[in-house]
Ligand binder design. Structure first.
Ligand SMILES: [Zn+2]
Ligand SMILES: [Zn+2]
Length: 341
């Protein structure tokens, strides 16, 4: 963004040669604008017919502006799941529903469990019906009511019949919640939960996720760039260079990238020197780590560790009574009619 690229930009007060090519006032998070720019750039080679986005409607508008109004929109599964969790966290459930534990913690874990269940059901059903959207819309009606029953403590024959992940053996009913914990839903809670579940499993949502596409690859690329261009630092001189360096490293592996770069600078590394050995060692380690972390075994191990940590956290929290001090607003009579939840 910073190299001089021929545009005339007003320079406020930079000393010396100014290399800015965007105005200081330019918003840099304008997804609509940059999606239009990107859309125009690729329009020669690629015609976009469906666009998966994270819920930022400006991004979608940007693509439509360059590729026409027939572009279909799909929702990213991860972001949709996170939206569901957020809504569950602030949904108007009754006070007694999650009684007995520190409120925000258990609420969060309830939301997490419901989200995980919805995602699992969706993926399993997609798998079973090969993405047949008509069938999915039909079966999800029963899935929604089954999930509500399952979380409400009635895990059994309905789960076995309609659920795609819960066999009716109570194993899926708790998920991230403590084992001894029971959700007690009144009628209104069930209706609230149903509305929330429809965010992911309702007919409109099923249309928007029909190809189960995600923006994960895009997010992964962003993450890799962030590693060299962190949000909290503005690299006003070498931002582009840092990005290019990272791309080079990721495409060529760490060792090869370093060797190529040093050769380019005529600072050749001596064969079989300590530096070369260290580079090879680190490259090898990286490769092993990558290979291992993708295996099913490693994934199962991570899941086990996660569950173990949740249990551990539970013991800490509820066993020893550790908690941060909280202000007690109840003693202030003029605030009684407010809810501080
Ligand atoms: Zn300037
Ligand atoms: Zn169940």
């Amino acid at each position: 963004m910073l190299r001089n690229k021929g545009q005339s930009v007003q320079c406020p007060n930079h000393r010396g040669h100014c290399s800015a090519n965007v105005s200081e006032r330019e918003p840099i998070g304008d997804e609509g604008k940059y999606n239009k720019v990107l859309g125009d750039l690729i329009s020669q080679d690629i015609k976009i017919s469906k666009f998966t986005y994270d819920g930022d409607s400006r991004a979608f508008q940007g693509v439509r502006n360059s590729h026409g109004h027939n572009v279909g929109h799909l929702r990213d599964l991860r972001h949709l799941g996170n939206s569901l969790k957020r809504e569950l966290n602030k949904a108007p459930f009754s006070k007694g529903m999650l009684k007995g534990h520190s409120k925000t913690n258990i609420r969060n874990r309830f939301a997490l469990s419901v989200k995980a269940r919805c995602m699992a059901e969706l993926k399993a059903a997609h798998n079973k019906y090969q993405g047949d959207i008509k069938v999915l819309k039909k079966v999800m009606v029963d899935v929604i009511s089954t999930i509500i029953l399952c979380f409400n403590g009635y895990c059994g024959t309905r789960c076995a019949k309609y659920s795609y992940v819960c066999a009716g053996t109570n194993r899926q009913a708790k998920n991230f919640m403590p084992n001894n914990f029971n959700v007690r839903m009144v009628d209104s809670d069930q209706q609230v939960l149903k509305k929330c579940l429809k965010m992911v499993l309702g007919p409109a949502a099923l249309d928007a996720t029909k190809l189960l596409t995600t923006t994960q690859k895009c997010e992964a690329a962003n993450r890799l760039f962030q590693a060299v261009n962190s949000k909290s630092v503005t690299f006003s001189r070498n931002c582009v260079g840092r990005i290019h360096g990272q791309v080079h490293k990721l495409n060529n592996s760490y060792a090869d990238s370093v060797i190529a770069k040093t050769m380019e600078l005529h600072a050749n590394l001596t064969q079989s020197s300590k530096v070369i050995k260290q580079l090879a060692y680190e490259d090898c380690n990286e490769l092993k780590r990558k290979r291992l972390s993708a295996t099913i075994k490693a994934r199962a191990l991570r899941a086990r560790t996660r569950n173990y940590r949740y249990k551990l956290h539970e013991e800490l929290h509820y066993g020893k009574g550790i908690s941060d001090p909280k202000p007690d607003f109840d003693s202030l009579p003029h605030l009684k009619h407010h809810k501080y939840a």
